[in-house]
Write a protein that binds this ligand. Sequence first.
Ligand SMILES: CC(C)(COP(=O)(O)OP(=O)(O)OC[C@H]1O[C@@H](n2cnc3c(N)ncnc32)[C@H](O)[C@@H]1OP(=O)(O)O)[C@@H](O)C(=O)NCCC(=O)NCCS
Length: 282
Amino acid sequence: MEDKKNSFGLLDVAEDVADLIGSGLSFLKERFGDGLSCCAPEPLKHAADEIREEIRVVRERDPAAKSDLEVLLLYSGLHAVLAHKVSHRLYGHGHLFAARAVSQVARAVTGIEIHPGAKIGKGFFIDHGSGVVIGETAEIGDNCTLYQGVTLGGTGKDTGKRHPTLGNNVMVGAGAKVLGPFRIGDNSKIAAGAVVLTEIPDDCTAVGIPARVVRCKNEKVAADANKNLDHVHIPDPMSTELSSLRKELERLEKEIAAIKAEAFSGSEETDPDTQEKDHETV
Ligand SMILES: CC(C)(COP(=O)(O)OP(=O)(O)OC[C@H]1O[C@@H](n2cnc3c(N)ncnc32)[C@H](O)[C@@H]1OP(=O)(O)O)[C@@H](O)C(=O)NCCC(=O)NCCS
């Protein structure tokens, strides 16, 4: 009974603290709201606008988000994206160590590792977040969403550009791995758990390991159509052509042999080829 009372006591304190923070922030907003932004220095105003925009993106895409304050304080995806904005700027100015340090601190806090070199467009949302890894040469278009456990990585075989490029409005499902320097087209979806090793066109859904396209422009895609998307085992058109010519030649030789055999089987005449040769000798 005593324990129950104590735990209620702790809950009361926690609620009081939360209320205090909430009302403090509301007071500041009411008191200084526009006043602050009118007098704040330009970079601070810009930063505030960026944070406001990121909060809007989360609230738009996550129905579980109940308030701006909740998103600002408790959404690790948002913290990782904001930290990346800082680290990417440092990276761009050549402060590579500081950039990496910021991204590693963000990783320790959020469980999301975004390399400072990665280029990320507007409206980027990482839901849940833990275990997301985004490589140095990855590029992400506008309004993309990643779920927890997604890797935008390299295969280890490429140098230079070695991570994927996501077009606009791409969704990559939980645990999916997109590996290599190819493009995922605009409005495409990568299913949870997929491993994508080749380019995916616009407006398509890819599922499975290795990923295959199952839907494109709202139409189901037949399984064998994916042969066209295999960029590893690309057919050599020259050797395909030569091999079909060789087959045609073999067929013609057989046909000629059969005609000859038929023509000479019933008659006493000798083979015209031999006759020609006999003439030549005479
Ligand atoms: C792929 C996905 C986006 C649906 O896209 P869609 O274009 O609407 O595709 P459909 O639902 O019509 O599915 C198409 C086919 O792919 C299959 N499929 C869907 N998701 C799949 C998955 N993750 N793995 C394997 N196959 C999958 C479906 O069974 C269907 O197969 P069928 O044609 O044989 O019936 C969705 O299934 C998904 O994986 N979303 C990820 C969401 C996520 O990660 N949430 C985490 C929240 S914490």
